[in-house]
Unconditional design. Structure first.
Length: 401
């Protein structure tokens, strides 16, 4: 059972429940998690498999599809923490909930550190233990979302926007001072890290924004009415456009490797890849496309809200459940495991295939990953998967009658 996207209907009526069933499930969240992890796999495999003549396609894929991958994935993960937390309220003591949150966070952070040791061997050990990859970010997000949801929504709005506005000046100060001061070097290492895939600033703001929208969705679920779902659909669409507009206003200016350091903004390396192929002449790209910038935070949040609103309308309101949706929903239920095992496939076809061959090969690869996880789940009961590991904390509880 996927605890992150289920919630007990009875939680609104009782604080002491021994059987939290039945559950409502937001299929749209599972679907989008499956979709986003597929985009992540697409980008990683394109980087590993495409030959030199096809690198320009990797550049475009990574630049324009990135927001549909990692940013949506981490937004949905942060958003679903509130469902798990609310589900446990009234069933378990608060201390038990906290311990389970910390356990899940620890599992993800340990996996993230192992991931760093394997893939970032160019960074000397033990410095490579700490880089802001997807797993470490999500582990930290678990804890931050747990405490953020205790704040009022107004305070969370303020903190989210405050992080947005302070991100650029703080990161610029750290970039300038890190080579001149050991203190700033340490702060830069903690906040940005040697390989800032999903750096603390600005993306930690997603923890505050996501809990706001997570609560809004949860309220509509508990009302169990079509009008409530339509209302949350309208809310997501409106705020989605607002955040995209803000991202364009603050990040429309073109950026290049000359005004952004590639060690702090790794995606800036995509611009020379696109330019060197000579297919399309570009001077730079808008800042909101570059992961790690403050405008990219709002751009990713806006896209996430639009897609989530559209998915809720089609899947949870209109009840569209075809094979396409069911496949991505299944992948979403095992998204972390799919993310980790896909790296085995990167060992093949290294820098050796053209873009035309890559597309059908990737399709077969993602189907194969789904099949492996399906067999693993059906016959192995999911033993050894990331989701299995995160559910193994079992604590006996006694309830007052």
């Amino acid at each position: 059972m996927n605890l992150t996207t289920n919630v007990s209907i009875n939680d609104k009526n009782s604080k002491k429940i021994e059987d939290p069933k039945p559950y409502l499930r937001i299929h749209s969240i599972d679907f989008l998690k499956g979709f986003s992890v597929s985009i992540i796999v697409l980008i990683y495999t394109a980087d590993a498999w495409l030959d030199k003549d096809s690198r320009v396609f990797y550049g475009f894929l990574c630049l324009f599809l990135d927001v549909f991958g990692i940013l949506i994935f981490i937004f949905l993960f942060s958003l679903t923490v509130i469902f798990w937390w609310k589900k446990k309220m009234g069933i378990n003591p608060d201390k038990t909930i906290r311990n389970e949150i910390l356990y899940r966070a620890l599992i993800l952070i340990i996996l993230g550190m192992v991931f760093n040791i394997i893939f970032y061997r160019n960074i000397p050990f033990p410095l490579n233990l700490w880089t802001w990859n997807i797993l470490i970010y999500m582990g930290c997000a678990y804890v931050i979302c747990y405490y953020a949801v205790r704040l009022s929504r107004g305070v969370r709005w303020i903190i989210g926007f405050f992080i947005f506005f302070i991100t650029t000046p703080i990161r610029e100060i750290l970039i300038i001072m890190k080579d001149n001061s050991p203190v700033f070097m340490i702060i830069h290492y903690i906040i940005i890290s040697p390989n800032p895939e999903v750096p603390f600033l600005p993306y930690i703001a997603l923890c505050f924004f996501s809990t706001i929208f997570g609560e809004r969705i949860l309220e509509s679920m508990l009302l169990e009415s079509k009008e409530a779902y339509l209302d949350v659909f309208r809310t997501l669409i409106i705020f989605g456009f607002i955040f995209i507009l803000l991202s364009i206003i603050y990040g429309y200016e073109l950026v290049t490797p000359n005004n952004l350091d590639s060690s702090d903004y790794p995606q800036i390396k995509l611009i020379p890849i696109i330019q060197n192929q000579g297919i399309i002449k570009i001077d730079g790209v808008p800042g909101f496309f570059i992961r790690g910038t403050a405008p990219n935070l709002f751009y990713g949040l806006g896209i996430s809200l639009l897609l989530l609103g559209a998915a809720i309308y089609l899947i949870d309101i209109k009840k569209v459940h075809n094979k396409f949706i069911r496949v991505f929903t299944f992948l979403g239920n095992r998204a972390l495991t799919v993310f980790l095992i896909h790296f085995i496939g990167l060992l093949f076809f290294l820098k050796s295939i053209s873009f035309l061959i890559f597309l059908p090969l990737f399709f077969l690869f993602i189907v194969f990953l789904g099949f492996i996880v399906y067999i693993w789940n059906k016959f192995g009961k999911g033993f050894g998967t990331v989701e299995w590991a995160m559910s193994k904390l079992i604590i006996k509880r006694k309830f007052d009658k």
